[in-house]
Design a protein around this ligand. Structure first.
Ligand code: KIV
Length: 261
């Protein structure tokens, strides 16, 4: 059963919420099979899949393409679609772009920062919204932790509260001190999902490529559960050597049992 925003709010304080990003159909299929209740099609796709230096290069068309692929792989999982940089500049522009992501297969949209008017506008028009505060990659100058000074911590707490008051049903807290994430989690009624924000959030999200070890850079707060880049290298090396030595294809192996004709 696909989970809706109210289900996630009801999980707060009862059961931690796991969330993974996904960008492709086969990965989404496995994430759904693992019963992860929510997939984020994040604009991190630009950096971890498309080779851009920043998420700012991601367009609404890119997001539609990846959300469509993820939806085809995960038909029963709640999908959050990220509104990319510049697509939520004003409430009506954000509404038009959020509708595009929903039509592509998203169940809700995420946007960065305390864009209160936009959140209110979308929620009033029945588009469920996930907020995002702390480190905001679309506008950050660097990827350092934020919220260390008392003043910054106060601002982030206030942002999280205003995101909740505007009607968001969940909020991502990115790369902030663990104690601050704990305080925000306690102060809010909606669930907080941490990334680099410590164990006291209501849930945790990881960028799937970081978790898979598929890439060449992993943020210090991510955890690698596998080393897929190494597997790709091994397969490419073996295949190349076998073609060169004429070991593959052999006339013994026949593709008869496969689902491809
Ligand atoms: O775009 C994304 O994948 C995100 C996560 C880092 C939370 O916003």
């Amino acid at each position: 059963m696909k989970m809706n925003p109210q289900d996630f709010v009801a999980m707060k304080g009862c059961k931690p919420i796991p969330m993974l990003t996904a960008y492709t159909c086969p990965v989404a299929r496995s994430v759904e099979e693992a019963k992860v209740p929510v997939i984020l099609v994040g604009d991190t796709v630009g950096m971890v899949e498309m080779g851009f230096d920043s998420t700012r290069d991601v367009t609404i068309e890119h997001m539609e393409y990846h959300i469509g692929a993820v939806r085809r792989g995960a038909k029963k999982t709640h999908i959050i679609g990220d509104l990319p940089y510049g697509t939520d500049v004003d409430p009506e522009t954000a509404f038009i772009n959020a509708q595009r992501l929903m039509q592509a297969g998203a169940d809700s949209v995420k946007l960065e920062g305390p864009n209160i008017e936009v959140i209110e506008h979308l929620v009033k028009r029945s588009i469920p919204v996930v907020g995002h505060t702390g480190l905001l990659p679309q506008t950050a100058k660097n990827f350092k932790q934020v919220g260390r000074s008392g003043e910054e911590a106060k601002r982030i707490m206030e942002e999280a509260q205003s995101i909740e008051n505007a009607g968001a049903f969940m909020v991502v807290l990115e790369h902030i001190p663990y104690s601050l994430a704990g305080e925000i989690t306690e102060a809010l009624f909606i669930p907080t999902i941490g990334i680099g924000a410590g164990p006291d959030c209501d849930g945790q999200v990881l960028v799937i490529n970081d978790a898979l070890g598929l890439g060449d850079y992993w943020p210090p707060f991510s955890k690698q559960y596998a080393y897929v880049s190494k597997t790709v290298l091994k397969v490419a090396n073996e295949f190349s050597a076998e073609v060169e030595s004429m070991k593959f294809p052999s006339n013994i192996i026949q593709f008869t049992g496969s689902n491809r004709s």
